[in-house]
Design a protein around this ligand. Structure first.
Ligand code: HPA
Length: 274
């Protein structure tokens, strides 16, 4: 089975697990965002993410591993509270499988959240930042591999508007103090060195993390629009004198939760047809 057929099959299981033929939008929750899941709307159905074929069980502390179906003022939202990363040893097609499945389940809007290291010292830890663009520095792409099957767009996806202008506008309308930044997505596995962070700043990155970019490419390829939001959970290496710990990433998420919930909820509500 090719990865697209696998995602189509997964979408059918999502429909069964949630009792909803289709969803309008999907939200992928990154490290520190997981607890926000149930507070964004009314929970209509809930399952383990690993019950969806092709989604492996999570291996990182703080990644919830839940699939939720929410009603947010009439907008049906699929929440993937947990994701697969390259640094866990998963292949690209596994990393993007959840997003592809969500698009095949009907989602025309994909909201990708993540925890990121802040490269810009003027953006405090605990601040959400809207992605304006990304640098895919993972060295891989979901568009590498055999020809895309007939009936789907070809591989050379236009990424000029990777992050949707209208969705970014919704985020700013909900939370006018939000800033925007360019996210550098790396393979990860370890945090960066200060020299790597200086390099990333030089090439135009404001944020650094280990996710999101491949999912954005996969979602854009299938025609969904994407909103990306990073939570700055720490200053990137060398930006401040403090050492980096995964626990710090989770704690920053907990402190910012009310703001993150209000932001996601506000954006999702604006997807309702007026
Ligand atoms: N670097 C890479 N990924 C991250 C970081 C970081 O500093 N913080 C949270 N995710």
């Amino acid at each position: 089975m090719n990865p697209y057929e696998a995602a189509q099959e997964a979408a059918q299981v999502v429909a069964k697990l949630t009792g909803a033929d289709r969803h309008d939008a999907a939200v992928v929750l990154g490290s520190g965002w997981g607890e926000a899941a149930a507070q964004m709307g009314d929970v209509v159905a809930q399952a383990a993410l690993a019950d969806v074929p092709g989604i492996p069980p999570p291996t990182v502390v703080g990644h919830g591993g839940q699939l939720l179906s929410l009603d947010v003022r009439g907008v049906r939202v699929l929440v993937l509270a947990g994701r697969s990363h390259l640094y866990e040893g998963h292949p690209v097609e596994t990393v993007v499988h959840g997003v592809r499945s969500a698009v095949f389940a009907g989602c025309e809007t994909i909201v990708l959240t993540n925890a990121a290291g802040g490269i810009d010292p003027s953006v405090p830890v605990g601040t959400p930042v809207v992605l304006s663009d990304h640098l895919n520095l993972t060295g891989v792409s979901p568009m590498v591999g055999p020809e895309v099957p007939d009936g789907l767009p070809g591989r050379f996806v236009d990424l000029t508007d990777a992050y949707d202008a209208e969705l970014r506008g919704f985020a700013h309308a909900v939370d006018p103090s939000l800033s925007e930044g360019v996210y550098a997505g790396l393979l990860g596995g370890a945090f960066e060195t200060p020299a790597e962070i200086r390099m990333l700043r030089t090439i135009g990155a404001d944020l650094v993390g280990m996710s999101t970019v491949l999912e954005t490419i996969a979602a854009r390829h299938l025609g969904a629009r994407v909103l990306g939001i990073s939570l700055v959970t720490n200053f990137a290496a060398g930006v401040s004198t403090e050492k980096l710990f995964h626990a710090e990433v989770l704690a920053a998420g907990a402190a910012a939760r009310p703001r993150l919930v209000a932001l996601l909820r506000g954006v999702l509500e604006r997807l309702a047809p007026s």
